[in-house]
Design a protein around this ligand. Structure first.
Ligand SMILES: Cc1cc2nc3c(=O)[nH]c(=O)nc-3n(C[C@H](O)[C@H](O)[C@H](O)COP(=O)(O)O)c2cc1C
Length: 169
């Protein structure tokens, strides 16, 4: 499967099968995150792999009670320290985390594993649960696993004309 095919197969999964993610597939997913670019090549991103059921339950509660989060066999929590605003006004560490997540979720999709980016969560609760030090931003919680059932339906994306801007806005 090439990269475009993997991206075409990716979707937000909220209905997880009761099936573990194999160790070697998890390693492949993490390897994609490790290879992601980082601002000034700082490489300060950490991907915390959460498999413990009690911790998953706690994280689900920190995700505004989105119960499906706790049903994923693995929750990846991506974080990074050493914050610095780039000249463009964006936080380097949160951008680094999001790029690492994008790489990992593309690799996961290529392996038949899906997940759902969670933006609605309390980072301080997740920090406390996982012992993440204060200097780390926690911008990403990503429950992932195999689909209980994949009907092949994908959310429609706007056409290229809505996305592409030639030359000037
Ligand atoms: C930044 C961000 C935050 C999101 N937060 C949540 C969330 O808290 N809960 C949820 O169920 N889905 C969340 N999603 C998933 C989106 O709803 C989903 O990506 C969107 O509907 C498009 O569907 P697709 O991922 O299948 O293409 C989030 C996605 C992004 C990119």
């Amino acid at each position: 499967m090439d990269v475009l095919e993997a991206l075409q197969s990716r979707y937000s999964l909220r209905d997880f099968a009761e099936r573990e993610i194999e160790e070697e597939k998890l390693e492949k997913i993490l390897e994609a995150g490790r290879l992601a670019p980082t601002a000034s090549n700082q490489q300060r991103t950490k991907a915390i792999v959460v498999r413990d059921p009690a911790l998953r339950q706690g994280i689900a509660e920190a995700c505004s009670g989105q119960a499906f989060v706790g049903k994923a066999p693995v929750i990846l929590v991506v974080c990074a320290d050493n914050d610095r605003l780039m000249r463009c006004g964006q936080s380097a560490r949160t951008v680094d985390c999001r790029i690492a997540w994008s790489f990992m979720c593309a690799r996961a999709a290529a392996l038949g594993i899906q997940g759902c980016w969670i933006g609605s969560f309390d980072p301080e609760r997740v920090r406390a649960l996982l012992g993440i030090p204060d200097g780390y931003a926690v911008p990403a919680v990503y429950p992932m696993g195999y689909a209980a059932k994949d009907d092949g339906q994908r959310r429609e994306k706007k056409p290229m004309e809505d996305f592409r801007v030639w030359k000037r806005f």
